[in-house]
Design a protein around this ligand. Structure first.
Ligand SMILES: [Zn+2]
Ligand SMILES: [Zn+2]
Length: 328
């Protein structure tokens, strides 16, 4: 986690100032949250967030949205109860007002999931469990629920809410962690899976993206949400081969942003283009002394004790005090 933060600090020095934020009519951000999922869609001022990363990513996701000037989420989706998808969602719910919260009819007995239920309660939100073929509107986008087709899956991943979004004739398929069983049911349900952009299932694991399914989707662009040096060996080499066409991986490209410009899909990556909105980590907190420092301070703690902070305000709101040596 810290390695990524340090990289952001380096990026910041290169990219430096970011002017007033202008968000295009339609943007999809595959936010780099390491080995986890978080995708932001903005359409004509309306916002949808699909998943919110691991527990430790909650603040990153919050600040990402805030740096774009977002203070409300129209549609929040917790695709399935795994920590790498809903871990940061309790913090997101505490921070933003939410109009509609979509989740599948599947519970899980983990602390992360219970934290999410507590946050839903605390903020008097209700869960909408959508059915296959239900549709939602987000600005000028039409969103259709493609899966889960059934409610009796053994694997929690197969309970994933799979959504297809259509905007200006371009089709996006967000597969969360759906595995092959769910994919076969989507095929059996005669879903029109063909899509221009695919959010590859389950971080590129070979338990998903079966050959028949990927041939039907036939995406020209695929994005894999995956962490550097993850212990699962994701993404699988076989799956990468099966997908074929252009693949963007968040472990290599950082956050991937997709827009539609003059009728064509445009891809920007943090690695090549920097990030237009995201200012990254600028300060480092010491979780044991509760002091915050500039990146180069001689009093920086060991990596294990470091926490990435966004700015002074963020540090102070988390109860940190400024270091008297580097005076951040
Ligand atoms: Zn999962
Ligand atoms: Zn996952």
């Amino acid at each position: 986690m810290m390695k990524r933060y340090m990289l952001s600090v380096v990026m910041l020095l290169v990219v430096c100032t970011i002017g007033a934020v202008t968000i295009r009519d339609f943007e999809v951000h595959f936010i780099d949250v390491g080995q986890a999922d978080s995708t932001l869609i903005v359409d004509s001022g309306k916002t949808m967030l699909i998943d919110a990363g691991n527990n430790a990513d909650g603040r990153l996701v919050i600040h990402y949205l805030k740096s774009m000037g977002i203070d409300h989420i129209d549609i929040l989706v917790g695709t399935h109860p795994h920590e790498d998808h809903i871990g940061g969602m309790d913090a997101v719910i505490d921070e933003f007002s939410v109009s509609t919260l979509l989740m599948p009819a599947k519970i899980h007995t983990t602390g992360s999931f219970e934290d999410l239920l507590d946050a839903i309660d605390r903020n008097r939100l209700s869960i909408t469990v959508p059915k296959v073929n239900d549709t939602f509107t987000l600005g000028k986008s039409e969103i259709t629920v493609i899966a889960p087709v059934r409610t009796d899956y053994f694997s929690i991943n197969d309970h994933s809410l799979v959504l297809q979004l259509v905007r200006d004739g371009k089709r996006f398929l967000f597969e969360a962690d759906a595995e092959s069983t769910s994919e076969w049911h989507m095929i059996g349900n005669k879903a029109d899976l063909a899509s221009d952009v695919l959010k590859v299932a389950h971080h590129g694991s070979d338990t998903s993206t079966n050959s028949t399914f990927i041939n039907m989707v036939n995406p020209s662009i695929s994005v894999i949400h995956v962490g550097k040096d993850n212990p699962y060996g994701h993404p699988s080499y076989t799956v990468m081969n099966r997908i074929g066409n252009t693949i963007y991986r968040t472990d290599q490209e950082g956050t991937v942003t997709i827009t539609i410009e003059q009728g064509s899909i445009m891809v920007r990556t943090a690695r090549v283009h920097g990030n237009e909105y995201w200012k990254g980590i600028t300060l480092i907190g010491d979780t044991s002394t509760k002091m915050f420092h500039m990146p180069g301070c001689s009093l920086l703690p060991t990596e294990a004790r470091q926490e990435g902070l966004f700015d002074r305000e963020d540090a102070l709101s988390l109860g940190y005090r400024a270091c008297s040596i580097c005076k951040p």
